[in-house]
Design a protein around this ligand. Structure first.
Ligand code: IPD
Ligand code: CA
Ligand code: CA
Length: 260
């Protein structure tokens, strides 16, 4: 078993503390106050409270860091950047679907060095650190070994409302008729963690933000998977679109997405 680096211990402390709060709210979903934040996008009291717990806990250990979070203004600090999504999968959360992730990642010089994703409902704690592998609840994660796309299950994020882009139905058509099925988890962090765990064989999505994918990208890489943009160009922390896979089926998916 890999000993968790100190930074992961700190992130774990933060997400477990926030997770306790979220779990309570999950049990009382109907009492949550939901306020509209643009089309089809809701921010709940739970998002805001969770983010505050995370920031308060992390600031004790990293008072000088730069913080980029989904729900608040950027806190400008030093070159150590901490990226937070307090609830990835908010729509799942408010519908009582237990696929959510509390996400924290550390980025230095544009490189993701450490990350955690915690699903407090299923009590799944995922972590990865550069060179130290990907882990979930003390088990080492590896991407799947499937070679043939026809045997594969592939995750995606079906866009909705103002997030619709012109070719999304064609993309879905091109992939779904060649594989064992598509999955729409509703939480990008969970899609990525599940590719790292070998449950999904690949995942692509467009129009994402760094807090959705930061920790998950490192999990996939450290589990032996491949990360790029859907057109095969290299992915970096400014990219909006992503394709990750077990490596074996990366090019075939890329080709199918590209001919559209
Ligand atoms: C969303 C989820 C979803 C993805 C959206 C994200 P949120 O994050 O990750 O799976 O399709 O693009 O915005 O809003 O639940 O934090
Ligand atoms: Ca998110
Ligand atoms: Ca969120």
């Amino acid at each position: 078993m890999q000993i968790q680096p100190p930074v992961i211990n700190i992130f774990e402390k933060a997400v477990r503390k926030a997770g306790k709060y979220l779990l309570r709210d999950f049990g009382e979903i109907e009492n949550l106050q939901i306020q509209s934040k643009g089309l089809g996008d809701f921010v709940t009291n739970a998002d805001l409270k969770t983010e505050q717990i995370l920031i308060d806990t992390l600031k004790y250990y990293y008072p000088e860091a730069t913080y980029i979070t989904e729900e608040s203004e950027k806190i400008i600090g030093n070159e150590e950047m901490i990226v937070i999504d307090p609830i990835d999968g908010t729509t799942n959360f408010i519908h009582g679907i237990p696929l959510v992730g509390i996400v924290i990642a550390k980025i230095i010089n544009e490189e993701i060095t450490d990350g955690v994703i915690y699903n407090p409902i299923l009590d799944d704690f995922f972590w990865a650190s550069k060179g130290k592998g990907s882990w979930c609840n003390n088990n080492r994660l590896r991407v799947s070994k499937r070679q043939d796309i026809i045997d594969c299950i592939i995750g995606t994020g079906i866009p909705h409302m103002d997030r619709i882009y012109p070719q999304y139905l064609k993309e879905i058509d091109a992939i779904t008729k060649n594989c064992s099925g598509l999955r729409r988890m509703g939480a990008a962090s969970i899609d990525l963690a599940y590719v790292a765990a070998g449950k999904l064989d690949a995942y692509w999505e467009r129009n994402l933000n760094i807090w959705d994918v930061s920790a998950g990208v490192l999990l996939v890489k450290e589990a032996g998977g491949r990360v790029s943009q859907p057109n095969g160009e290299s992915w970096d922390i400014h990219s909006k679109d992503i394709l990750v896979s077990n490596s074996n089926i990366h090019e075939i998916i890329q080709e199918k997405l590209e001919i559209i």
